[in-house]
Design a protein around this ligand. Sequence first.
Ligand code: XLS
Ligand code: CA
Ligand code: CA
Length: 437
Amino acid sequence: MEFFKGIPEIRYEGSASKNPFAFKFYDAEKIVLGKPMREHLPFAMAWWHNLCANGVDMFGSGTADKSFGARPGTMEHAKAKVDAGFEFMQKLGIRYFCFHDVDLVPEADDIKETNRRLDEISDYILEKMQGTDIKCLWGTANMFGNPRYMNGAGSTNSADVYCFAAAQIKKALDLTVKLGGRGYVFWGGREGYETLLNTDVKFELDNIARLMHMAVDYGRSVGFTGDFYIEPKPKEPMKHQYDFDAATAIGFLRQYGLDKDFKLNIEANHATLAGHTFEHELRICAINGMLGSVDANQGDFLLGWDTDEFPWDVYTATKAMYEIVKGGGLTGGFNFDAKNRRPSYTLEDMVYGYILGMDTFALGLLNAEKLIEEGVIEEFVKHKYASFESGIGKKIVSGKATLKELSEHAEKLGKPALPGSGRQEYLEQALNGVLFR
Ligand code: XLS
Ligand code: CA
Ligand code: CA
């Protein structure tokens, strides 16, 4: 059965094309910085937004029909979603998908039955994968939706609930391995608090780390060789979430000795919710050897919540791709954790969303290539710190200088020259030059 009727395979037609069902910039085989675009940009479909979310919000019910011809809540529907998802990925040339356990099947009352359903659906997905080059990018367990997680999963006050979280992680890891996943994500949706009045922060953090250690041990024992990822987010659903931003998550991983097995999954919309830019979060990962994967979306600066929009901001995509390429690339890929706006409820809109997102990141990559080749930014930054290449600066960098010696240097000078212009406007002009040439 064809679900996306009338929608052809989406191909690259170039920027002059007016065909809405064509890529204008994403040219999978085009060589950029020494390798094909598709290798720089392993795009993934998010099972939850694309195949499950129907536009329901706090004020109204769903607008989009995601039944795919079957009755929601049944295994028949779960399979129809697999069929629709594979047709979608094949039509768009997307080679990866990401999933939560409960995106794949309806959760049963008893976890043994849920796991049986997961076995059945993963067999079906494996079958569908045969003869295609589609694989799992990363898997995860939804440890925030069910009421049992109201006080957290790894951070819960209930040891029994903690065991359910462990059971879900174990199963999701099995599925990730079975489906060839490159990574496994921990997004700490309810790992946080509403008020310190009822919270033992230290105990909760210790317990989250214990659960992650158990996950690593189990994952490695069943042949999971990929990276574990923490996906930082500062708030929503909780007022305060422990994995606030990249720096906080990296500190946590190091404190608990998890940094060898974990990297980060950076979501653009979460970065801005944390009061950072997307590129800031990527830079923090890159300089700490923690560049893992990306959730490619964008938020809205007028709204203080997680809107998960398809990315169209080419400035941001350019700066992000510059960070990623210069940081040595991702071990994961680009998961479109993005959903159509509520009034964009048709099947065509799903396709437009992905074309938009893929073209935006392709533009980002092409622009990053130009920025790197022109070298204006790199050269400026190198020059900016040139005073540390000789004399007292060199001694500071060597680690051999003492505070006394530096103080003597300062006294000898009496007053230093100004440090040199930061040239922000000049660099922004150079960036515009690249974007609009
Ligand atoms: C929610 C998160 C979530 C994670 C996976 O805000 O983005 O979807 O990516 O659990
Ligand atoms: Ca996400
Ligand atoms: Ca999000």
